[in-house]
Design a binder for this molecule. Structure first.
Ligand SMILES: [Cu+2]
Length: 110
C-alpha cells in the first residue's frame, strides 16, 4: 500500500515529463512557391516534423525522396500541405515528383 501511494505521488511528475517531450517536438514549415522550396534546406532534430505548404496559384507539387525508393507525398494542390515526421538522423534530399529540377534537403540531427 505504501509503494502504491509512492507511485501515485510520482504520476504527475511523469505526466509533466511526457507532455514536455511532446511539446519539444517541433514542426518546421517549408513553403513551395514559384517552383522553389523555401527554405531550401532545413535542419531539425529527431522526432521533429517538416510541413510543406503549396503556396502556388495553380501548380501542384509533391515531395519525393529518391534515397527511400522514391517515397513520395500525395500531390499537393494550391493551399494544401503535407507533413512528415523524421525519426532517424541523417540527410534527406528530396525533389518534386512532377518537377525533378526542384530540390530541397532535410538534415535530421540527433
Ligand atoms: Cu513541383
Amino acid at each position: 500500500m505504501f509503494t502504491g501511494w509512492l507511485k501515485l505521488k510520482r504520476a504527475p511528475a511523469l505526466l509533466a515529463l511526457v507532455s514536455f517531450l511532446a511539446v519539444a517536438e517541433q514542426t518546421v514549415e517549408v513553403s513551395i512557391e514559384k517552383y522553389v522550396f523555401t527554405p531550401q534546406e532545413v535542419t531539425i532534430r529527431v522526432g521533429d516534423s517538416v510541413k510543406w505548404i503549396n503556396r502556388e496559384k495553380r501548380t501542384s507539387h509533391s515531395v519525393l525522396f529518391p534515397q527511400e525508393g522514391g517515397r513520395e507525398s500525395e500531390r499537393m494542390f494550391p493551399d494544401e500541405s503535407w507533413q512528415r515526421q523524421f525519426t532517424q538522423p541523417g540527410r534527406y534530399p528530396y525533389t518534386c515528383g512532377p518537377h525533378p529540377e526542384m530540390k530541397g534537403l532535410v538534415v535530421v540531427s540527433e
